[in-house]
Design a protein around this ligand. Sequence first.
Ligand code: TXA
Ligand code: MG
Length: 340
Amino acid sequence: MNTLLLRPEDAGAIEQAGALLAAGQVVGIPTETVYGLGANALNDAAVRQIFAAKGRPADNPLIVHIADFDQIYGLVAEVPEAARRLADAYWPGPMTIILPKADCIPDAVSAGLATVGIRLPTHPVARAVIRAAGVPIAAPSANTSGRPSTTTAAHVMEDMAGKIAAVVDGGPCQVGVESTVISLAGDKPRLLRPGGISLEQLEAVLGPVEVDRAVREQIGDDVRVSAPGMKYRHYAPHAPVTAVCGDPAKGADYIAAHLTGKSGVICFDEFAGRFPGHVVRTIGRADDQAAQAHAIFDALRAFDHTDVAAIFAQCPDDTGIGLAVANRLKKAAGFHIIEV
Ligand code: TXA
Ligand code: MG
C-alpha cells in the first residue's frame, strides 16, 4: 500500500482524509498530544485494521475521538455530572474520560470492556478531519506497539509507511505526551494514565482522585489493570534505557560517572556539556516540564538512528505534567530506575 502524505493546507486534503476514514481506511492524524492512527469507531472491520497496523494486542482498548461535545451522546450509556464539569474545564483538550459504553461501540474498540474512552481533541486539523469523516474516530497513538509514540508526521511514516492509507501532516504536536485518562466509570474518579491535563488540574474540578497503581509501578502480566495499555513494555527505543530520578544536578553527576563508550544521554538543557564524546539529546530545562513533554518522544526515537547501545535519561519529578513525562520515561526504561 502506498501511504499518502496529505497537507491540510492543500485544497481538498481534509476532505480526502475524511473520505478515506468514511470508507473504512486507516489514516494517521495530528492531535495536540501525539499523532493518532484513526479509523471509523463504529466500523468493526476498520478498527481491526488499526490493531494489525500497530501490532497491538487485542485486549488493549482504543480511545474514541469526537469533534464536538454533543457527539458523546450515543457513544456512552450516560454522561454523569462530573463528566460534564471535566469537559467544561478541559475539553477540547488532552483528556480522555472513561464511561460505561453504549451498545453501538464495537467490541474491537472496547476490547471486551463495558466502558469506552472519549476524547475531544483541541487540534483544529484533528477536529476538521473528524467532521469531514462524519463519524467518531477510534485512534491509538500512531506508533508500532511498544515503540515511542509519534509526535511528527515523519515519525508516523517511519512506523506506518506501507501499512495505512494516509498520514495528515499537522506539524509537530504541541503537548507531546498523550492525553490524561480519567475513569468516571467506577465509584470514585480514578487516574489511569497521567497526561496533558495534570492530576492537580483534575482534582481542582473533581476533588480527590485515586491514582491507579500502574501509573507509578510496574505491573506484572498476570495482574488485571484498569487501563490495559499500562501493563505493556512501552515507549521503548531499541537501546535499553535507565531512568535517573531525583535531584537533577546529582543525576547528571551519576550519569557522567557511569557512562561507557556507546552510551547516550537524554538530559536537561543545563547539563548538556557534562557528557563530551557521547550522543546527547536535550529535552528542556530542569524546571520546564512542558518543554520536556514536547521533546521526550522525539528524543527517545532519535537514538534508533544512532549506534548508541544504552541510554541514560534524566527524569523530572511527579508534579504537573512531570508525572506524565516521568511515567513515559520509567516505562521506556522497563522500570529500570536509579534514584539519586
Ligand atoms: O493523547 C492520546 O490519548 C492519543 C491521541 C491519539 O488521542 N491516543 C492514545 O491512545 O494515546 P493509546 O491507545 O495509545 O492509549 C490509550 C490508553 C491505553 O493505555 C488504553 O489501555 C487506555 O487508554 N484505555 C482506552 N480505553 C480504555 C477503557 N475503556 N478503559 C480503560 N482504559 C482504556
Ligand atoms: Mg499508545
